[in-house]
Design a protein around this ligand. Sequence first.
Ligand code: ZN
Length: 401
Amino acid sequence: MGLAALTAIAQTPPAGPVSPPARRPFASPDTPRQTEQIREADIKHIKAELVLDGQKQEVRGMVTHTLSPLHPYLTSLDLDCGPKLKVSRVAVGPHAAACKFATKGEKLSITFDKPYRPNDTVDLAITYSGSPESGLHFVAPDPANPEKPLAIWTQGEAEDNHHWLPCYDYPNNRVTTEMIITVAHPLSVVSNGALVDTKENCDGTRTFHWKMDQPLSTYLITLTASEFVSFHDRVGNLPVDYYVTKDVDEATARRFMGKTPAMIRFFNDKTGQTYPYCKYAQICLPEFGGGMENTSATSMTDAALLDEIEALESDEDELVAHELAHQWFGALMTCKDWSHIWLNEGFASYFDPLFAEHDKGVDEFRHRMDGELKSYLGNDRMYRCPIVETRYKLRWICLTR
Ligand SMILES: [Zn+2]
């Protein structure tokens, strides 16, 4: 996750005479303790065939889950499903037989006509449409900002992907994915894994088929769409891709992301684990906050695209290195429940200063670590919590870096 600090969750101090602020608890005493969710089924593959309609700001289509029960007799299944999604059909099995379902709050409850057993492999297809209020964002020009680029993007962490994709939205299940996404011409789509097909349709739309063969947690699924231009590097056989909206030139893109190959080589050496995915893409997006380490396809704010003058005084290497480090610590390995997100963020927040040391010298490393320490102590003065905190609300936990 990006560079928002925990300080963002601190409540506004009460008005009155200035006095040393009292340390507040991280979570109010009535916040329930969270435990890891228990899975009813092992969801192995998600295939989404969706239209992203920028005009209606709507998603519609079908998602198919391939799963095997984790109970001896699975007669029903609850999935996470955003309240703005209207489910019109749920079908199961090779003949796509309709099955009963009900939606309530953020759950889609499906009842099977017969029990399924752990050795069964079941295809479960959900047809739906809707205009999500979170998880999927449509950015469009408006009268005050006519030059704003059109863009569509998702943000899954912590549990927001179910607002546009009915799924098991919790990190302790890993799936391979296929995203077959249709958008209006001239938009293009970037997602996890490899682009295996593109198609120009006769109605003026285009379809992009992205396939991810290595399993990932659902919060790391991503879709991004815009009239992208892209620039490319390689590390050995690994494609390293930089996507920006069409108004951004190559020099600006490379000014921001151009050290990525050096970072990949450094992290390969430092971890002893070669970068694990088939490509590494970074997609710069309008109105995106910070960065998000979606597996093999990191989303980042386009505000980090500095011009020549801005780049004289600063750079955004920290953001690039942080999100890249998450591909090892956060994507290849990730937490089974959110109380352990500190490990994802701790590793990423340490490995980007390690690259700074490699790139700029030990003084830069010490300066960065000193900043991290001061930030931590500043937070500790406002609230104190154990490193593994099980009392939290998701909107807090996803603000941690
Ligand atoms: Zn992070």
